[in-house]
Design a protein around this ligand. Structure first.
Ligand code: GLC
Length: 714
């Protein structure tokens, strides 16, 4: 019998259920207070994991109780939400997705893991991989955007970054891919609401990022709070045991979301805690986060013979195996043993500044950016201008807001010879408009106006859905007043939009001279923004989600199926609106730079392929703009005739090229012909011979793409 088997054989039921229990740790001046439990429980071995605890000293204090005072000395698993950095905050994940750079995605995860491990943390509740096509849903900010293939690239990069090559390494964190699965399409964009979508959408849209995370070796998975067609994910035997553990071969730890097991009663599928615990255990959930359902419910379930000791032992085995893989048995105090020095933290801040700048998506630029070097006086207006504490967005739990850089601070630092005058005008969400007049006054003497508008950090993330996708509060009134005054004075207005989601602001796009989507750029926000505005950095971000013209277009995404009546402007009886175009304000992948790029000469070879072959796609890119810049080109496919109607565009690749003015170059992309298959409902790949369109473009706008067809052969 191996070490874990021997340990399990020696464990009491209470100790086994302790390993299946994760509870929150809160620190007060009087010492550790374990929510719902005392530190006695750790000594008794009836708690096996903690969340919301960080700091080497505090973690080691708890770890010592478990390792040196409990009967079996089983170490604690310390877990935390390391969503977009730990102490050094990078852009929110949706903003980081805009980089379209797997190396960067991996690097920031590794940097975050290093910081979190230095705080004693061994598990990250990340990456969040919920594909979202509905900006009303606040958790869109935490995810990879609207596309499953992009989500899969992000998933693999983040798991590599968090876990590294050795899970036992001092700076390695167990990655928990969440929230499995299909959380994004909550009804009406309302967080936690029921989800009712087709099995095919689950397989084709929401599963691929998790399949990629599992293939990359993710150590954990967290089911979503939501039900899927009436079956809560926390109790979904078909998807957890059947697909996740069965078809995808996941043998790691499934940790429930916060209190989710107890919430099976609210879902209406369990009459009491024992039934809830039974459903979750049978679905394969190993750790009960914060519901105390396993500790209280499973003993009753055993008495009722609803579960077996074998099922409990299987879960305990997976948890202990993870602790062993993390090196916690051999070196329980390794993580948190040493604090990083100032040079490492400074280097990481410089990285955050770079990533924050690269996340910026320039949506419009009518010759207003970069700011001319002669600028001597800037009016910086709006409630997000001097709002350092808002710049990191949701899930910035450990960051130090006092060290974040505001836009005003960043601009003052970058434009030492200029006068930067600031006025908020209104608050982010308030109704008071008395401050607007004062903002108009400072426009008069300015060379240019920087308008900083958008959402508060708390207006996206968990439990932060919005039914309206316009600017909150009285910001629209402020923006219109400022733009009107600036126009009358002949001053350019550069609008910077801070948000955790695409916003429906066509009126702003129409009126401002330039518009930057900054998302929530992270702790170095002001410097990142200043680097882009001053031209130190050419904007290279590309939006990972479509920007709607109105909330009525939602869900809006490029991967729609054709329908039997595709929109036809000359035929009323086709799929379109009476009052708006179908197309988004900005399509997936859109983003301007300080260059001006053209694509030409698409070459696809071979023209006939079998499933085992690879397709080479080459396209020439030229920069005929006045400044050096980076272009991203996207590879889409469309299987025109198949046994199941295929999406009009399926993203299968992207490439980048940096070009100086007048330069041109070639981007070469490869796609395995097998990637052109789709999944049958039995999860088996379906490869159907026939014609497939290969398209390359600057974004998900077919009118801008170069197209060639190839033939798939049996
Ligand atoms: C939250 C979130 C989940 C997070 C967990 C622990 O409710 O749904 O993403 O990891 O609880 O904070």
């Amino acid at each position: 019998m191996n070490r874990i088997g021997a340990l399990i054989a020696d464990m009491t039921l209470a100790e086994k259920l302790g390993q299946l229990t994760m509870t929150a740790a809160g620190y007060t001046v009087t010492g550790p207070v374990i929510a719902g439990d005392s530190t006695d429980a750790i000594r008794a071995g009836t708690i096996g994991s903690l969340l919301n605890l960080y700091g080497g000293g505090q973690v080691h204090e708890m770890q010592r109780l478990a390792v040196e005072e409990s009967r079996l000395g089983i170490p604690l698993l310390i877990a935390f939400d390391v969503i977009h950095g730990h102490r050094t905050l990078f852009p929110v994940p949706l903003g980081e997705a805009a980089l379209f750079d797997p190396e960067a995605w991996e690097l920031t995860a590794r940097e975050a893991a290093t910081e979190a491990a230095a705080d004693g943390i061994a598990m990250a509740f990340a990456p969040m991989l919920d594909v979202s096509r509905d900006p009303r849903w606040g958790r869109t900010a935490e995810g990879p955007g609207e596309d499953p293939w992009l989500g899969a690239q992000i998933a693999a990069a983040k798991v590599r970054g968090f876990q590294g090559s050795d899970l036992a390494a001092a700076a390695a964190l167990a990655a928990v891919a969440k929230h499995f699965c299909a959380y994004g399409p909550v009804t009406a964009g309302r967080d936690y609401a029921s989800v009712d979508i087709s099995e095919r959408s689950v397989l084709e849209v929401h599963l691929p990022p998790f399949a990629a995370a599992i293939a990359a070796g993710a150590a954990g998975v967290m089911p979503a709070f939501t039900d899927l067609a009436g079956i809560p994910m926390t109790a979904h035997v078909g998807l957890l045991r059947g697909v996740l553990r069965g078809r995808l071969g996941f043998d790691g730890v499934i940790v429930s979301d916060y209190n989710a097991i107890a919430e099976l009663m609210r879902h209406g599928v369990a009459a009491d805690l024992a039934e809830a615990a039974t459903l979750a255990l049978k679905a394969g959930v190993d750790i009960d986060m914060m519901a105390n359902a396993y500790r209280i419910g499973l003993p009753v379930a055993l008495q009722r013979e609803l579960v077996s000791m074998t099922e409990i032992d299987d879960a305990v085995r997976r948890v202990l195996t993870l602790k062993l893989r993390l090196g916690l048995f051999e070196q329980p105090y390794r993580r948190g043993a040493s604090a990083e020095g100032a040079p490492a933290l400074e280097r990481r801040r410089r990285l955050a500044r770079e990533i924050g700048a690269r996340a910026v998506v320039m949506l419009k630029n009518d010759a207003a950016l970069p700011l001319p070097g002669a600028v001597r006086r800037l009016a910086v207006i709006g409630p997000l201008a001097d709002a350092a504490d808002q710049m990191c967005g949701p899930w910035s739990l450990v960051g130090q807001p006092g060290t974040y850089v505001s836009v005003v601070a960043g601009l003052r630092s970058a434009l030492l010879g200029a006068q930067v005058v600031h006025s908020p005008g209104v608050t982010i969400g308030g109704d008071d408009i008395s401050g607007i007049a004062g903002t108009l006054d400072i426009c008069s003497a300015a060379d240019a106006v920087i308008l900083c508008v958008g959402e508060a950090a708390a207006m996206s993330g968990e439990a932060a859905s919005r039914a309206c996708l316009d600017l909150p509060g009285q910001q629209r009134r402020l923006a219109l007043s400022v733009i009107d005054r600036a126009k009358a004075l002949g001053k350019p207005v550069i609008a910077i939009v801070f948000s955790g989601r695409p916003l429906a602001v066509p009126w702003l796009i129409e009126r401002a001279d330039a518009v930057l989507a900054a998302w929530f750029p992270g702790c170095e926000a002001g410097h990142s923004i200043a680097d882009v505005i001053t031209g130190q950095v050419s904007p290279s971000g590309r939006t990972p989600m479509s920007w709607p013209r109105a909330v009525g277009q939602v869900p809006i995404f490029f991967g729609q199926r054709p329908s039997g009546r595709p929109a036809d402007p000359d035929n009323a009886y086709t799929s379109k609106y009476l009052d708006l175009p179908n197309e988004p304000l900005f399509p997936f992948g859109y983003g301007l730079s300080y260059g001006r790029f053209g694509l030409s000469n698409l070459r696809v070879s071979p023209h006939e392929v079998t499933a085992s072959e690879q397709i080479e796609v080459r396209v020439d890119v030229a920069n005929d703009g006045a400044r050096a810049a980076e272009q991203t080109v996207f590879l889409f496919v469309h299987d025109r005739i198949a046994s199941v109607a295929r999406p009009l565009l399926e993203l299968k690749g992207f490439g980048k090229i940096a070009l100086r003015p007048g330069e041109s170059g070639t981007v070469t992309l490869y796609i395995a012909a097998a990637e052109l298959r789709f999944l049958g409902l039995d999860l088996r790949p379906v490869f159907e011979p026939g014609e497939v369109e290969i398209m390359v473009g600057p974004c998900a706008d077919r009118s801008l793409m170069l197209v060639q067809s190839i033939r798939l052969c049996a």
